[in-house]
Design a protein around this ligand. Structure first.
Ligand SMILES: [Zn+2]
Ligand SMILES: [Zn+2]
Length: 272
């Protein structure tokens, strides 16, 4: 039998050799310091209860009323995708700071504790095997594992898999996003569910199309209610993490408009 050191002990050793540094302000002591946490903008309760998009009043947005049914009961994001939260997610995903996973999972844990629903299984959004080989880890799985352990809920990363590699959602428009991920996830062979309530976990949601595509595969397996929870919620028109700098005038306008609406949202009528 191989001798295996506990992960917490290894992390303590690593912290001694490489003391943690705040990924947003650079201060030593933690991966995201208290001051930077305080700069994070929570999405709050004024949302569409289906897609989780911010509204001026809690209710159901125009888009969700026009596009029923949805395989997901509700999508929730804890923070807006900006400032320290965006930096934290980028550092975890693209710079491999895996120690940020338990840090970013904490608001998810708190959210579920404050909004308790009976959850039978926690499912991370799967990464395509090519992307997994490239990155070395799936950030959604790391987040989901932390949430599952803290809340003592079974982690079910054995239900669905990403059967098709897709273009990065961040570089696409709303319509393209939907077709890009449609059918990208498939049920695992031999897996089956009997009406269990599932909580899907991911780092960021924009239009929610990736989450809906996962939910469709879970429905095929026989899942009951499906909820989705992400660390961050991005506005659907905000271009995320795109490396391209040659944006068109129309895209530039959309970016400007998304920022304008983030400051002062349009009044949207709601049912509730
Ligand atoms: Zn900081
Ligand atoms: Zn909605």
């Amino acid at each position: 039998m191989r001798f295996k050191l506990p992960a917490a002990f290894l992390q303590t050793l690593l912290d001694l050799v490489f003391p943690p540094r705040c990924v947003y302000c650079g201060r030593m002591g933690s991966y995201l310091c208290d001051d930077c946490w305080n700069l994070a903008s929570p999405v709050g309760p004024e949302i569409c209860i289906r897609c989780g998009n911010p509204l001026t009043r809690r209710g159901i947005c125009h888009h969700c009323r026009q596009n029923p049914p949805d395989p997901i009961r509700g999508i929730r994001g804890v923070f807006f995708y900006n400032g320290p939260i965006a930096q934290g997610i980028r550092s975890l995903k693209y710079h491999g700071v895996q120690a940020l996973a338990p840090v970013l999972a904490q608001p998810l844990i708190t959210y579920v504790q404050e909004h308790p629903i009976p959850i039978d299984g926690i499912v991370p959004v799967p990464l395509h095997r090519k992307k997994l080989a490239q990155r070395g880890f799936n950030q959604s799985l790391l987040l989901a594992r932390n949430v599952a352990t803290a809340l003592d809920i079974p982690l079910r990363d054995d239900l669905i898999w990403r059967s098709r590699a897709t273009a990065p959602q961040a570089q696409l428009g709303r319509k393209e996003r939907l077709s890009n991920v449609a059918g990208a996830f498939s049920p695992q062979e031999g897996a089956a569910l009997q009406g269990e309530t599932i909580l899907l976990i991911d780092d960021v949601a924009t239009t929610g199309s990736t989450l809906r595509s996962c939910a469709q595969a879970l429905r095929q397996l026989g899942a009951g209610d499906i909820w989705a929870l992400t660390v961050a919620r991005a506005h659907s028109h905000t271009v995320l993490d795109t490396t391209s700098t040659n944006i068109s005038a129309a895209e530039a306008f959309l970016l400007w408009d998304a920022h304008r609406r983030a400051q002062d949202p349009d009044p949207t009528p709601s049912l509730i």
